[in-house]
Design a protein. Structure first.
Length: 435
């Protein structure tokens, strides 16, 4: 399981947590929710970029490269205090950044079992992208908003028509006609740029997620030129090792390649590559052959195995019922053999209440008669609470707000609700019904 530690960045004093399949961060504005999301996204991106790529691994350890790319892409300039630090313990490697020296160290894990992810960051400013014509054609800068525009543009190229009625509880659909985005809303035909803020917020969110979790995996994917070059460089290095072993060189001379070879064999086991615990488990000729077999299918390592979503404020511009429907739809859509994952930042109680329904359903589903299951609106989205982590940010630190069964317990949102209710009840004492 991945683990992230952040110290003294923005509003964050100390945050340390293990990354689950579904991770929800709640807290008031400017409490550090998005900071956590952005830093985790960057660390996973660097891990993915450095995977089997010695040149990139060397590059990101140069002074300032990790930091500069983080603050440029995620706009975090000015957030780092002098004693700031980041430690990310991923599947493939551990990344440590110390701000006082701007030094980054990246170390490969002994057991590197890495599932190559498609990373998609959906920022809270997504309605701005929807409201500006041809936003994806702008190419100035290198930031998360621009790259989301690229992701959404890719989704629109694949999904020309989309019905969003199930989320909005009325007849609303999208269609791309002659490279222009139109919304059909209860009989009216509007340019997306003229649609309501709710539609401008939910359409890019909905359309991008459908593409990233489903349609993306239905098409053949070519490696990028840089990734293909890295693959060839690594393959050539492994073939050199295999040739030297086949020519009789002692296996002990290749100790520095031991962990990476063993990990590669394990990751490719489903493609008829023999998994081993140590190089000496195979005779030299067998080991050499195993390396050749692994190199032959190693391109599979760069296929997307799952999508890692980062979603900021899914509740934005959406009515409470729509927020609930979105949570139910998202969790149902994520539950397939790809093991997709999500980081969600929110300050909406409706998002949490809907999530809690799904977790409670997952907890008690075996106790519910089959004929009654469909009576619950959330039934198709029920999820094991152990796959979900819900955190509250308060005064720069992180607190998990689930009980031992994984259900959300009392937190500041419930407290705020009770506080408002108490005031209403007090005011009610002064109400006089004229009837």
């Amino acid at each position: 399981m991945q683990k992230l530690t952040i110290k003294n960045i923005g509003a964050i004093k100390l945050v340390e947590f293990e990354v689950n399949r579904i991770n929800v961060f709640m807290g008031p504005q400017s409490s550090g929710k998005s900071t956590i999301s952005k830093i985790l996204c960057h660390c996973q991106w660097v891990e993915k970029t450095c995977f089997l790529n010695d040149k990139q691994m060397e590059n990101y350890q140069k002074q300032g490269v990790f930091y500069d790319s983080l603050i440029e892409y995620h706009k975090l300039d000015g957030y780092f205090h002098k004693n700031a630090s980041i430690k990310y313990e991923g599947e493939a490697m551990t990344i440590t950044y110390t701000h006082s020296s701007k030094k980054t160290t990246i170390k490969l894990n002994d057991k590197m079992i890495f599932s190559y992810p498609k990373i998609c960051y959906i920022p809270s400013e997504r309605n701005f992208v929807a409201g500006v014509p041809n936003f994806s054609k702008y190419n100035e800068g290198n930031n998360v908003l621009l790259y989301f525009a690229y992701d959404w543009s890719e989704a629109k190229e694949d999904i020309k028509k989309l019905d969003i009625s199930n989320l909005l509880s009325r007849e609303v659909s999208y269609e791309n006609i002659n490279d222009r985005d139109y919304i059909f809303d209860n009989g009216s035909k509007l340019l997306l740029t003229n649609a309501s803020s709710g539609v401008q917020s939910v359409l890019p969110l909905y359309q991008t997620i459908i593409y990233m979790l489903s349609n993306l995996y239905k098409k053949q994917r070519a490696l990028s030129p840089s990734k293909e070059m890295a693959r060839k460089d690594f393959a050539n290095k492994m073939i050199m090792v295999a040739n030297r072993i086949a020519d009789g060189e002692n296996i002990s001379n290749f100790k520095k390649y031991s962990n990476i070879l063993i990990s590669m064999f394990k990751m490719l086991e489903s493609y008829d590559v023999k998994a081993i615990n140590k190089l000496s488990d195979l005779l030299p000729k067998e080991l050499s052959h195993n390396i050749y077999e692994a190199v032959h299918v190693m391109e599979r390592l760069f296929n997307y195995h799952y999508t890692q979503l980062f979603i900021e404020e899914p509740e934005q511009n959406l009515f409470p019922d729509t927020q609930q429907e979105f949570v139910y739809w998202l969790l149902e859509f994520m539950q397939n053999d790809k093991k997709h994952a999500a980081i969600i930042t929110t300050h909406s109680p409706y998002i949490l209440f809907a999530l809690n329904n799904c977790m409670m359903g997952g907890l008690v589903k075996d106790n519910i008669p089959k004929e009654e299951v469909s009576d619950f609106a959330s039934h198709s989205a029920w999820i094991n609470p152990k796959l979900v982590s819900v955190f509250e940010l308060d005064n720069g630190t992180l607190r998990r707000v689930q009980d031992e069964d994984g259900i959300i317990e009392d937190n500041y949102l419930n407290t705020a609700y009770k506080k408002n209710s108490e005031e209403y009840l007090e005011l009610l004492n002064y109400y006089e019904d004229e009837e």
